[in-house]
Design a protein. Sequence first.
Lengths: 305, 397
Amino acid sequence: MKSTIRILAAAFTLCAASRASAALHVVATTPEYGAIASVIGGDKVVVTNLAKATEDPHFVDAKPSHIVTLNRADVLIEGGADLEAGWLPPLLDGARNPKIAVGAPGHIRANEQIQLMDVPATLDRSQGDVHAAGNPHFMMDPVNAKIVAAHIAKVFCSLDAASCPAYTANVQAFTAKLDGKISDWTAALAPFKGTPIVTYHPTWKYFAARFGLVSDLYLEPKPGIPPSPPHLADVMKKMNDEKIRVVLVEPFQSRKTAEAVADRTGAAVVDVCQFPGGLPGTANDYIALMDADVKAIIAGFTAKK
Amino acid sequence: MKALVLIALVASSLAVHAEETPPPMTIVSGNAGKNYLNISLDALIDVGASTEPNVPELETGGHDPAQRGFTLQNLELVFDGAVDPYFKGQANIVLQITPEGGTTIELEEAFVATTSIPHNLQIKAGQYLTAFGRINQQHPHSWDFVDQPLVTGLMFGGDGLRNVGAQMSWLMPTGVYSEFIVGVQNANGETATSFGYFPGESQFGRLILADVVKSLGDMLYVPRWTGSFDIGDNQTMVVGASGAFGPNGTGPGAKTEIGGVDLLWKWKSPRADKGFPFVKIQAEWLLRNYDAAATVTLPAAVFQDQGGYAQVVWGIKPMWTTGLRLEYVNGDVGDDPLDPRFQPRQRVSLDGTWYPTEYSKLRLQYSYDQRTGGFADANSIWLQFEFLLGAHAAHKF
């Protein structure tokens, strides 16, 4: 018995020691936060994402292994606009980690300094899955990504002052690179100003607003409600009337539905993703992801049908 | 003039006061995390028929279909929120309409849990569903079938094992998920049928005598261990072992021991849309040793029985699932060969569920019961409808 206790105590000490000396353990709910945290943290952080890039971020399983991950985390980055409301609360309850509890310095809500769109005046589920805080897909606007990157760097600095100069340099480099890319993307999309796009869910509204596109037609009749034949008929009529040429679809959304709509309207199906790793060559790289998304959308606009 | 100044002063102080007073609390449904109190209402209603006219003889659960025709199985009000920086609280109040038309109310759960004690510990106290196996800890609306497993009814009665008590859980500092829970609860009452139960009832044909709880040694002790690991990126396994040890009401010194093992395996597509498609297998097996005391007419006896279920649920495409459940219980009829609860039986159930959204569902279930002890086999078909208003509590795995 005594020896068991001694072994346990030794194990504890080892765990504590290895954790104290090691880098900041950062957990991101979705991979775009993880990608940005990796760039800012460099070799001073170890990043784990909970959601896969290819799965619907509204419905992630609250797996026990995520509880273990969160139990050891120093920093948690979540979107904060209810996107994770269906699975993060029981994980946080189970994790028993005061460092990342709601309100703790290590708990980053990415939406905190962001102006959200679609904030509902009333909460009414007859209107579908409306998020109380507003549309949570704000990271599709790269200007918002700069704000979030600065927020993450500030928190890293407060928790690990010794590495603050590295974090500051990294976030400055990231922001400068992103600024350059935003100019490129803006220029590339400028010829398509005012062009409407069809998407599955209101995921691309921030992107459209930033680059002058129009996103107000969705395959879902209401947010979170699966496409119905009468609604799709309306969408196709509008697409034909307004000559809408692209249907955006993400890895977890039904490509079959998007293809059926595109076939009947002469539009192109464009594979896009909100999350780094969801498209080839974009793993853990927010800028590469946005680059791939912009290129895919332009290819869709210019496709000959 | 003086009066005017006075009025102005009073008015201005009132105005200041009004600004300082926080606005009255408004409960906005669905706005979870932005209120002091989240509130929701969940209703489960079923309609159906069975070849067995006495449906409660067939269905062992207090929230199962209770008769041919309609049953309001469960109308559950849930209140939850953070008490303060140290505790969170939850209460589940369940209303039902009996076959006689009356309305009953029961306090299913009402507990506080710590949120910030160190060393990976968590303490929960109050009235709560005992941490034994998987089904026993779930409320009826999160079950994958219309009714509770037969083994739950056999060992824990119509309302599952729950009582007032306290438990401590420890998340072990290991690389894989490993959690140990120890609970102490009262051993008597309707929600501890294998234990104290209450005077006037009977178990294994033996009359339950007066109050069994004389000391702390006469409480219900419930240890549980849960482990979980992922197999690759898309599969998760959860295994558990539980025990429940306490006195039973057949006489002084009489004890009951229940042991159980449980398993959950889930595969989910890496491109899951709304969490679909998935396949989930869940199984539990329970064993009971009921050590009955001697009575004036009957000698002391040990009754042993066991049972379990295995079910598979396939989430075919977004919002559609189908499930198959196989069950077996080898109840020991003890000293009352006519008690329908304790007859050995098998049941197979097949269901299909459509979720219009996460807030409603429509489920059709067919069950075939193979009974013994002179009870006829039965075919049953039930259609169940659920709706939820208010804050949707996130699902535990």
